[in-house]
Ligand binder design. Structure first.
Ligand code: PMV
Length: 334
C-alpha cells in the first residue's frame, strides 16, 4: 500500500492569566471554570503524524527518542480519540520535537497536544474548524485547547448542566485586548515535575479546603480580567494574574498530601518581582505546575527586566511576546 503523507503542524505554549485548575469531567477533560491565556511566540513544538496502514501499532518518537511509559500512553490514548472521531483504525507514527523542556511547568503539553491535534486531524482527514480543533486538543491536555489560537484566548468551561459537555467546552480568541504584554520566563529548573498536573489537580479538588474559595475567585477574575484587557489596564491585568496564580498554588499546597511546585528559588524570584514593583517597575509573577516563574511586563521593558532577573538568579531568562495559533506547515494541501 502507498505510504500516507505525513502532516506536520507547529504550535506554541500558552501561559494562563486566569488559571485552569480542576476538572468537572476527567475523561472529557472539561474544566470547572473558564480560563484565559496568552499564546507565546517562544518554545514551539513541531509534530508530524503519518498513518501506518500496514503497521500493527503506533510508533511515537519524542525529541528523537522512542517514547515510553506515561508519555507514550498519553499520546497513543489521544490517537485513539482521533481514530474514534474519524471512525478509522490505522495506527500512526508521531514524531514530535520540543524546544522547551518537557514537564517543567513550561506548558510543553499545551503546545504538544495542540500540534498533535492539528497534525493528527489532517492525517486522519477529520474536517474540523478551529473551534472543533480546540475541543479535540482539550482531550489531550486541557490547556492545549487554548494553544490552537494565537494571542489572548478564553477557554469556556461550558455550563455544569450542559447537555453535551464536550461541545460546550472550547476555546476562542479574544480580539479586543489592548495591552502589549510580554512574559519573561525564568528557567530556574528544567527537569520534569515531581507530580503530574493531572494528579495534582485531582488531589487539589478532592482534598484542599481552599479549593472552593479559589474557584469562586477565579470566576470573578475572568470577568475582571476581560474588562482590564479591553481597557488596556496593564496594572489590573498583572494584579489579577499574580493573585490568581498564587491562589492556585495555595490550593494545591493545602491538598493532602500537599503538592509543592514552588521551591526556595521560586520564592526568591516572587519576592524580587514584588521588590521591583515597589520601586515602580510594572512586573507581576505567574507560575504553573512547576518551579519556574514567568514575569509579566510590557513588551518595551521586557529585555531590561529579563537581564535583571538573569543577573539575580544566575539562570537563563527568555523573553516571550504574543504568538500565533497552531498551523499546518506541511502535508495537507501542500
Ligand atoms: O493542561 P494541563 O493538564 O497540563 O494543565 C495545566 C494547568 C496549568 O498550567 C497549571 C494552568 C493553566 O491554565 O495553564
Amino acid at each position: 500500500m502507498r505510504a500516507a503523507a505525513a502532516v506536520t503542524a507547529v504550535a506554541h505554549p500558552n501561559i494562563a492569566l486566569v488559571k485552569y485548575w480542576g476538572k468537572r469531567d476527567e475523561r472529557l477533560v472539561v474544566p470547572l471554570a473558564d480560563s484565559l491565556s496568552l499564546t507565546l511566540d517562544a518554545f514551539p513544538t513541531t509534530t508530524s503524524v503519518q498513518l501506518r496502514p500496514d503497521g500493527s501499532r503506533d510508533v511515537v518518537v519524542v525529541d528523537g527518542q522512542p517514547a515510553t511509559g506515561e508519555v507514550l500512553r498519553r499520546i497513543t490514548g489521544f490517537l485513539d480519540v482521533l481514530r474514534a472521531h474519524a471512525r478509522r483504525r490505522e495506527p500512526a507514527r508521531v514524531d514530535t520535537r520540543n524546544t522547551v523542556p518537557v514537564g517543567a511547568g513550561l506548558a510543553s503539553s499545551a503546545a504538544g497536544f495542540a500540534a498533535l491535534a492539528l497534525a493528527g486531524a489532517g492525517a486522519y482527514e477529520i474536517g474540523l474548524d478551529a473551534t472543533g480543533l480546540s475541543r479535540l486538543a482539550r482531550r489531550g491536555s486541557g490547556s492545549a485547547a487554548r494553544s490552537v489560537f494565537g494571542g489572548f484566548v478564553l477557554w469556556h468551561a461550558g455550563p455544569a448542566d450542559a447537555e453535551d459537555a464536550d461541545l460546550a467546552s472550547y476555546a476562542e480568541p479574544l480580539h479586543d485586548a489592548r495591552v502589549d504584554l510580554a512574559m519573561v520566563a525564568v528557567l530556574l529548573q528544567t527537569g520534569p515535575k515531581p507530580v503530574s498536573s493531572r494528579e495534582a489537580m485531582r488531589r487539589t479538588v478532592a482534598t484542599s479546603p481552599l479549593f472552593s474559595g479559589w474557584l469562586a475567585a477565579s470566576r470573578t477574575d475572568i470577568t475582571a480580567m476581560r474588562a482590564a484587557l479591553a481597557e488596556g489596564d496593564l496594572a489590573t491585568v498583572g494584579e489579577i494574574a499574580e493573585r490568581n496564580a498564587l491562589g492556585m498554588h495555595a490550593t494545591m499546597e493545602t491538598a493532602s498530601p500537599p503538592v509543592a511546585y514552588r521551591t526556595h528559588a521560586s520564592h526568591q524570584v516572587l519576592d524580587h518581582v514584588r521588590r521591583m514593583r515597589d520601586r515602580g517597575e510594572q512586573t507581576w509573577s505567574t507560575m504553573d505546575a512547576g518551579p519556574n516563574v514567568k514575569v509579566l511586563c510590557t513588551a518595551v521593558d521586557a529585555q531590561r527586566i529579563a537581564a535583571e532577573l538573569g543577573e539575580i538568579t544566575g539562570c537563563l531568562t527568555v523573553v516571550a511576546r504574543s504568538g500565533p495559533g497552531a498551523t499546518v506547515t506541511t502535508g495537507v494541501g501542500t
